[in-house]
Design a protein around this ligand. Structure first.
Ligand code: NAP
Length: 233
């Protein structure tokens, strides 16, 4: 039996699972999630959750589950799992397909300040700015030293402990689907700058369009510093 393992955690991976479940009814389609989101959106096919335990653990899982094909559809900034997938596929000899989003391209009207690291993004924020910090919770602490800046942080799940930011507002929820929704958020919080990473894809793009419409600068962390040799863009 064909058993396809999708390394997921992205909207694209969810779409792929839906497609494969429909187009290959005879196959077993398993999506693997890291388990970072408490209530992930429902997925077509089977779902397994949690780390595998490094390369060895992933190779063991591939063998024990009889995976015949693995697809890396993880987030472009999720580097470790992608590196592990390359190694584990090599060890176990399972074909690996890499489906990584293309980065967003700057359009006319975009006011991007492009940087290569999160540290550079932090340092590029002007004093007294009001910033939509569109980053995963693990990166927020890096901005704690900017006590001259008001941050608006959007998170899907409430943080386990108070955020390590001197002056901030917390907005709970997923990114808005349309520029209009994101524009309302930017205006409501009098945002002057957005800080985000160039993740590509459609799911988080509405804020970029909203910034373009409002003429707001976006401090965009690029992917050039990342080890992407194994990821196709
Ligand atoms: P990462 O740094 O590449 O991975 C860290 C560890 O988490 C991996 O070594 C692995 O643990 C486990 N892991 C990651 N993705 C997994 C998956 N799909 N299934 C099972 N285990 C997984 O990853 P990350 O940046 O923390 O991202 C975690 C997940 O969130 C990914 O699935 C990614 O697609 C999704 N995501 C990430 C971002 C982002 O900005 N990084 C944004 C949106 C969604 P073991 O070594 O124990 O196997």
């Amino acid at each position: 039996m064909e058993t396809i393992l999708i390394l997921g955690g992205t909207r694209e991976a969810a779409e792929l699972a839906r497609e494969l479940v429909t187009s290959r009814p005879e196959a077993r389609i398993i999506t693997s999630l890291a388990g970072r989101t408490k209530e992930p959106a429902p997925l077509a096919g089977e779902v397994r959750t949690g780390g595998f335990g490094g390369v060895e653990g992933l190779a063991r899982y591939l063998r024990e589950t009889g995976v015949t094909r693995m697809i890396d559809a993880t987030h472009p900034f999720a580097r470790q799992i992608s590196a592990n997938a390359v190694e584990a596929a090599g060890i176990f000899g399972v074909p690996l397909e890499i489906r990584t989003r293309k980065p967003w391209l700057r359009h006319s009207g975009d006011n991007w300040i492009e940087v290569q690291t999160l540290e550079a993004a932090r340092d590029a924020i002007p004093p007294r700015a009001r910033v939509l910090l569109a980053l995963g919770s693990q990166h927020i602490g890096l901005f704690a030293s900017r006590d001259d800046v008001h941050f608006v942080v959007r998170m899907i799940d409430p943080p386990a402990k108070p955020l390590d930011l001197p002056d901030h507002a917390l907005v709970l929820g997923r990114p808005g689907d349309t520029a209009a929704v994101e524009t309302m958020l930017l205006i409501a919080h009098s945002i002057t700058h957005i800080v985000c990473r160039n993740s590509g894809g459609t799911a988080a793009y509405a804020k970029i369009e909203a910034a373009r419409e409002l003429g707001l600068p976006v401090i965009m962390v690029g992917r050039a510093d990342l080890i992407y040799a194994h990821k196709k863009t």
